[in-house]
Design a binder for this molecule. Structure first.
Ligand SMILES: Nc1ncnc2c1ncn2[C@@H]1O[C@H](COP(=O)(O)OP(=O)(O)OP(=O)(O)O)[C@@H](O)[C@H]1O
Ligand SMILES: [Mg+2]
Length: 464
């Protein structure tokens, strides 16, 4: 389908010129020389243009006066206004409603550039809107699988939240417990379900980028800000802003966010003007915010503001009953994806699944099942690919409060691990971190290859 452009221009020659130019470039273009004709194309013909270039001096009125009405009734379009350089145009309205504007006379190159960006913005929004319709079906309460006491209580809470206006709320829980999933369910079942759901991971970007992503900016607000950018808060207007990993947000930005939440207004970077926004905020975090606030790493007032509604997701080890429901649904999902036929789950598999601590919660469960189904050859769930006992069964290193990152190993000194268990855990982790390269592992452990080989044998460690 061609990209569609509506040119609203009182001068038929000028309009015709623009139309010819863009038709050659493959656009479907219509020209309206009055407000009435523009309304006809938009409302009766349902042209649904991606971009509308609009001249303001039309013989029968000002198109700006109809914008709100049109906005309700047409598919998503980006508006670009052509304005007289010396005219007394209502710039405030244009700033609010338009994608961009061009001062007359403008050259073709400038129009090309603006149109290209406006088209991209319009296509993106349309795609997001259609995803969102599919998501509404997908993210109902049933999407959160489980029927244990803990999950029933949680779902009851989610059901109540769906019926009340929420301005801010927080979801907490360990990694992989479904915070992202719960946020989507809350949006898609709640009062804001017809509005957009916009997401930002506060841990994924540097501070300055988070700020300009959240609040938006004007062209030239900082080096590299080529054009105007609507911030995520503004994009979430009427819907939900999901702030994932809020515990990692810079503390100054927290101040700015709190102010925007309380005033329901914000200012794009580099702009004088305040914009009103009405978005519900769902924040999620895996860290203990109360403690972070007590230690001065998180703003206490923002914490209180967010925690008016608080949902805490139970870890999988506290609701192992749910495995009975989860396992079949995840196995079926990967059976379908990989054209596999796993139908029988032996008792030994169940025993292993039920005795394991699941530090990575549902995400880990999904990964383990994915591996087993993909490597299966037949109807039986293959126990040999479970590989749960290595480091992580209860009583092993991980369950006993040991962890690792790129070049650090943490071990809790609370008596839960013997010296030998620590030794074995350190060596196994170092091997993993160094892709089982013996020379490199020996180097980071400050020992010789001989000693390392000896201990690998002694503890019967994995070497690949
Ligand atoms: N109760 C559940 N029912 C079905 N799927 C679930 C459930 N909980 C989590 N999942 C799935 O597990 C995976 C991990 O969940 P999600 O990403 O929401 O976790 P998270 O709490 O945001 O983790 P992190 O803190 O690491 O970001 C996702 O694929 C999610 O759909
Ligand atoms: Mg998450």
């Amino acid at each position: 389908m061609a990209d569609k452009l509506l040119v609203i221009e009182h001068d038929a020659d000028t309009g015709g010129g623009i139309a010819r130019y863009y038709r050659k470039k493959g656009w479907q273009v219509e020209v309206a020389t009055s407000v009435e004709k523009a309304r006809h194309y938009l409302l009766e013909d349902e042209l649904n243009p991606h971009v509308i270039i609009a001249d303001l001096g039309l013989p029968d009125g000002n198109i700006l006066d109809y914008l709100e009405e049109l906005h309700q009734q047409i598919d998503y379009s980006e508006w670009v206004f052509a304005i007289a350089a010396d005219g007394d145009t209502d710039m405030e309205r244009i700033d609010e409603l338009a994608y961009d504007f061009l001062e007359k006379p403008f050259d073709q190159r400038r129009l090309d550039k603006v149109l290209k960006r406006a088209l991209r913005a319009s296509q993106t929004t349309r795609r997001l809107q259609s995803y969102s319709a599919a998501d509404t079906k997908r993210y109902q309460l049933d999407a959160y699988v489980g029927n244990s006491e803990a999950v029933r209580t949680l779902k009851d809470m989610l059901r109540r939240l769906a019926e009340v206006p929420i301005s801010t709320m927080i979801i907490t829980g360990e990694t992989g417990t479904g915070k992202g999933l719960a946020a989507r369910i809350i949006h898609h079942t709640g009062l804001r379900k017809n509005g957009p759901l916009v997401e930002l991971n506060c841990a994924a970007l540097p501070r300055d980028l988070i700020e300009s992503e959240l609040f938006g900016h004007e062209a030239g607000a900082f080096t590299g800000a080529k054009s105007r950018h609507r911030g995520l808060l503004e994009q979430a207007d009427g819907g939900t802003l999901f702030l994932d990993e809020i515990g990692d947000m810079d503390i100054d930005l927290q101040t700015k966010l709190l102010k925007a939440i309380e005033d329901r207004r914000l200012r794009r970077l580099g702009s004088e003007r305040e914009i009103t926004v009405d978005a519900q905020i769902i924040a999620a975090t895996g860290i203990n915010l109360e403690q972070a606030a007590a230690e001065g790493r998180f703003r206490e007032d923002l914490y209180h503001r967010l925690s008016v509604f608080c949902v805490t997701l139970p870890p999988l080890r506290e609701r192992k009953d749910d495995l009975v429901e989860m396992l079949p649904s995840i196995v079926a999902e990967y059976n379908a994806k990989a054209n596999k036929h796993v139908e029988i789950v032996p008792d030994e598999v169940w025993e292993k699944l039920l005795s394991y601590g699941w530090p990575g919660n549902v995400r880990e469960l999904r990964n383990v099942i994915e591996r087993c189904v993909l490597l299966s050859s037949g109807e039986e769930f293959p126990i040999r690919w479970l590989q749960l006992e290595e480091n992580c069964t209860p009583g092993s290193a991980k369950a006993m409060g040991a962890g690792a990152s790129r070049d650090t190993i943490t071990i809790q000194l609370d008596g839960s691990m013997s010296l030998d268990a620590m030794d074995s855990h350190i060596i196994q982790t170092a091997l993993q971190l160094n892709s089982y390269n013996i020379a490199e592992t020996a180097r980071v452990l400050g020992t010789t290859r001989e000693t390392l080989r000896y201990r690998i044998q002694k503890y019967d460690l994995q070497t690949s």
